[in-house]
Design a protein around this ligand. Structure first.
Ligand code: SAM
Length: 249
């Protein structure tokens, strides 16, 4: 049965409820961008929804998933229907760890998972301006992602593939969700896996950062969030005028 949206406009559709009940009723999307409960705190919502990676696979063949190394190791079996292609590190400007007996934690992982043929998966790495003088570089293509390296032409368009360690200030101090991700870390992940005009599904929407980034990038977003208070916060956030300011904050 098709679920009823909590909110919808031209680019964003938000469902309020358990993603395990809602996602099976949605259509296929280009990309899932998931920031699930890591189940590492005592926060009421921080409980791992059993089986959610398999449910996400009903909607897409390409998924970014945030998490800690511990989360991915402990939940490895839950991702057994997926193949991992790569990991990206979000380096924050401040720490989020509370334990004085460990290094101050200033990063999160985002792992990319896919199903089926790699060639059928969109994988457009954002390109960024290269600092320094002009220089020739080898333009290589890995086919598939873990396999042989092909290509060999030399180009210099003044740009480089975006680095796998991405620095982005956290939303600390202005966040409306305790684990809110900044738009600046969502944007390159969406660009990579979702084509312009395509649809990205965030099954654990929280404050709606995925929708903000998707809008800025000309993609559509489908969100699911279990907590009605956060659903209301998402609607209020989307009503704000200058979403671009969030990208550069
Ligand atoms: C890590 S937070 C996401 C934060 C979000 N990425 C942001 O930038 O604000 C996880 C969210 O998933 C929600 N959640 C937990 N279990 C859920 C479920 N079964 N279905 C849908 N949402 C769920 C929680 O209420 C919480 O807001």
């Amino acid at each position: 049965m098709t679920p009823t949206p909590f909110y919808a406009d031209a680019t964003v559709t938000l469902y309020c409820g358990d993603m395990r009940e809602i996602v099976p009723g949605l259509g296929r999307v280009d990309l899932v961008l998931a920031d699930p409960p890591y189940a590492e705190t005592t926060l009421a919502w921080d409980r791992w929804p059993d089986g959610w990676p398999t449910i996400a696979a009903q909607a897409t063949d390409s998924m970014w998933c945030f998490g800690s190394m511990r989360m991915f190791l402990e939940r490895a079996l839950e991702f057994s229907t997926w193949t991992m292609s790569q990991d990206v590190v979000w380096e924050k400007h401040n720490g989020s760890g509370f334990a004085a007996d460990r290094f101050r934690r200033v990063h999160e992982h985002a792992l990319h998972w896919y199903r089926g043929a790699w060639s059928a998966i969109r994988h457009e790495v954002p390109r960024v301006a290269r600092p320094g003088p002009a220089k020739s570089v080898r333009n290589r293509t890995a086919v598939p992602h873990t396999g042989k390296i092909s290509g060999g032409s030399y180009v210099d368009d003044g740009q480089r593939l975006q680095r796998s360690v991405i620095q982005a200030a956290s939303a600390h101090g202005r966040a409306i969700h305790p684990t809110e991700k900044p738009t600046a870390i969502m944007a390159p992940l969406i660009e990579y896996g979702c084509p312009p005009g395509g649809v990205v599904l965030d099954p654990f929407a929280g404050s709606g950062s995925t929708a903000v980034a998707a809008r800025l990038l000309g993609r559509r977003a489908v969100l699911v969030e279990a907590d009605e208070r956060y659903c209301e916060a998402i609607v209020a956030r989307l009503a704000q005028g200058d979403l671009f300011a969030e990208l550069t904050a």
